[in-house]
Structures are given as structure tokens and as C-alpha cells.
Design a binder for this molecule. Structure first.
Ligand code: ADP
Ligand code: MG
Ligand code: MG
Length: 339
């Protein structure tokens, strides 16, 4: 019997278009002798599109409008063996969809409510990983209300970290709303921007030098494995939205040119983080390696990383001998596996 798969793409976050790109690749790669795949694109307004709208959105790659309210459509998900929620960012990678599918009793690819929600939130991730002894940069939390009513308090926290520092919305991705702040006068605009996107903002000390950015893929449920380590190199000040999504701005190196013991430490730390955060299925774990000092910091855990055929996560497993189509097939099996 073929497995019936519902592939969810698009979604309400700033990473809507990225998700559509990933979905096209996954759709083409799921072997048709094993799977019956139905794609459903979710609009930026959070509505589930009917087949024609979904097809148009996948072909054009543009955010569509229209569609049904999500709760009208949950019941229709019942006919599926598994859901592949190929959604990035808020309302997709953060436990919300995962909660809906859990309530509906439908298995799905990737982390559950807990792992998704905690990994999406940069502050919660840092707190959990600190208690697991994972090295991270120094950071402070600030709330929108604090910035509005007691700005000096928030400025004081920034001063504790010193410049340059990074200001980030706690629950976003793709570098949306992130600023590198090098001077006092740039702090307020950076905080205004981040607070326009999130109620919670994280301030982070910058690494002592511009870090090398190394990433590793994790695959599995309660016995996860780590891929080889990859590296991204680019000219920009930091890995911002433009650098991420403009063709030719960043280069991928697999395997990363790292001393063997550093690569091993990256893989072990990533596995430890995956377990500590109760992730499942897949995750891409990103690190900063400061070559000058040998420091290694875990930056973040992405529970639904970019998934086009040229994205880092599938490329890392390809380097380990797992083809793109084997990888998506394996992810569906992991979704159906008893844990
Ligand atoms: P996102 O979830 O949007 O990808 P990240 O936390 O990964 O956000 O930050 C985006 C980029 O900003 C990183 O890839 C890196 O280039 C830069 N960056 C973020 N935090 C730091 C830091 N503490 N030190 C140095 N660079 C940083
Ligand atoms: Mg991220
Ligand atoms: Mg990142």
C-alpha cells in the first residue's frame, strides 16, 4: 500500500517563498511507487489553498491569497498517513502546526511540539542548552514592554555585553530583523526593528573575531546520527538575508576545512543539543568557530532547515552517501516510527 502524504508548504512567516522552493524539490523527490503526495500551500494569511491555488503557488513561487481557514481543513488531513510540514519560521517550525497535527492524531515529519517550540525560540534554546553544558555566546533577554517603559534597563543589558553585539527577534529565522550593532547610536533603531517583529528580543555578544560558520545535519529520532560538517563562507559583515538568498553571495564547503578534533566536537555537541531539546526527525545545528582562539559556540538549532536540492542540510547527507530522495523517504519513515 502506498503511503498517503500531505505536504504542507508556504506558511505565514517571512520564509514563505523559501518553503515553496523546498516543497518543489521534495515533491519531485518522493518516490511515487511508495507515496501518494498531496501538496497544500498555506497562504501568508494562514489559509489552506485548494488544489488549483496550490498548483499555481508552487509553479509561480509567489505568495497566494484566498483559501480556507485552517480549522476547516484539519479534518481533511485525517485521510493521510503522514504530514510533511515543510514550513519555516513562526506558525510552521515553532510547534503550532505540530500541536494541530498532534491533536488530530496524524504522524508528521520532524520535531514535536516541545522540540519545535523550544528550538524556534533563541532564548529558550540558550537556556536549555546552557543547562546541558553546551558552549554559547553571552546573551540577554529583553521584552517589548521593557523597551517601551524602561529603555535604560535594556540599554544597560546591552552595555554589559559591549559592542559589537547582535540584536535579534527571539522567534524568527533567515536573519529577518537581525542587526549587528557596533555603536551606541545604532542600538535603538536595531531594538525598534526587532521589537516590531517580536515581543521577545535577544541581545548577543559578538564572537571575539568574525566567526567561521559551520553547520551539521542531524537525522533520526531517539538514536540520531550526525552528518559531516559543512561551512558557509561569504564576504558580508554577517550572514544576513541578502547573503543567504542572493545567488552567488555565499559558498558552501563540504566537508568544512576544520581540524579533525574540531569537526568531531561539532558533531558531538550537535547530537547533544538535539537530544537536550527533544528534537526528532531532522535538524540543522549551526555553530560559530573562532579560528583565532579555537572557541566553538553553538549558535542555533533549525528544526525545519532549508530543503531545496542545493540547501545545506540535504547536501550534508549527500556527502554522507544519502541521496536527496533517500533522505526524504527516510524522514517519512522516521515520522511513522514508534519512538
Ligand atoms: P537566524 O535564525 O535568522 O539564521 P542567527 O542567530 O543564525 O539567525 O543569526 C544570523 C547570522 O548573524 C549568523 O549566521 C551570523 O552570521 C550572525 N551572527 C548572529 N549572532 C552572532 C554572534 N553572536 N556573533 C557573531 N555573528 C553572529
Ligand atoms: Mg534560524
Ligand atoms: Mg542562522
Amino acid at each position: 500500500m502506498k503511503k498517503r502524504i500531505l505536504l504542507l508548504a508556504g506558511g505565514q512567516s517571512g520564509e514563505h517563498e523559501v518553503s515553496l522552493m523546498s516543497a518543489r524539490s521534495v515533491l519531485a523527490a518522493l518516490p511515487r511507487d511508495q507515496f501518494d503526495v498531496t501538496p497544500v500551500v498555506i497562504s501568508k494569511q494562514g489559509r489552506w489553498l485548494p488544489p488549483t491555488g496550490t498548483q499555481q503557488a508552487l509553479e509561480s513561487g509567489e505568495a497566494p491569497t484566498g483559501g480556507d481557514l485552517v480549522l476547516h481543513r484539519v479534518a481533511s488531513a485525517e485521510g493521510y498517513d503522514a504530514v510533511f510540514p515543510l514550513l519555516h519560521g513562526p506558525m510552521g517550525e515553532d510547534g503550532t502546526i505540530q500541536g494541530l497535527l498532534t491533536l488530530a492524531g496524524i504522524p508528521f515529519v520532524g520535531s514535536g511540539v516541545l522540540g519545535s517550540a523550544v528550538s524556534m525560540d533563541k532564548v529558550m534554546t540558550k537556556q536549555v542548552l546552557a543547562s546541558a553544558g553546551v558552549p554559547q555566546v553571552e546573551w540577554r533577554l529583553a521584552l517589548r514592554r521593557e523597551w517601551r517603559d524602561q529603555p535604560a534597563l535594556v540599554e544597560g543589558r546591552a552595555a554589559e555585553l559591549g559592542f559589537p553585539l547582535f540584536v535579534k527577534p527571539a522567534n524568527l529565522g533567515s536573519s529577518v530583523g537581525i542587526s549587528k550593532v557596533s555603536r551606541t547610536q545604532d542600538l535603538a533603531p536595531a531594538l525598534d526593528l526587532a521589537f516590531s517583529l517580536d515581543r521577545r528580543v535577544i541581545l548577543e555578544a559578538m564572537t571575539s573575531h568574525k566567526p567561521r560558520e559551520v553547520e551539521v545535519g542531524i537525522l533520526g529520532n531517539d538514536a540520531p546520527v550526525a552528518s559531516p560538517v559543512g561551512e558557509l563562507s561569504f564576504e558580508a559583515e554577517f550572514y544576513d538575508y541578502e547573503t543567504k538568498y542572493t545567488e552567488g553571495r555565499a559558498e558552501m564547503h563540504i566537508p568544512a576545512r576544520l581540524p579533525r578534533e574540531v569537526a568531531e566536537q561539532v558533531r558531538e555537541t550537535a547530537l547533544k543539543a538535539f537530544r537536550a531539546l527533544d528534537c526528532a526527525g531532522l535538524a540543522r545545528v549551526d555553530f560559530f568557530y573562532v579560528e583565532e582562539t579555537g572557541e566553538l559556540y553553538l549558535n542555533e538549532v533549525n528544526t525545519m532547515p532549508g530543503f531545496t536540492t542545493t540547501s545545506m542540510y540535504p547536501k550534508l547527507f549527500e556527502a554522507a552517501g544519502v541521496s536527496y530522495s533517500e533522505l526524504v523517504t527516510r524522514l517519512v519513515s522516521l515520522a511513522l516510527e514508534e519512538r
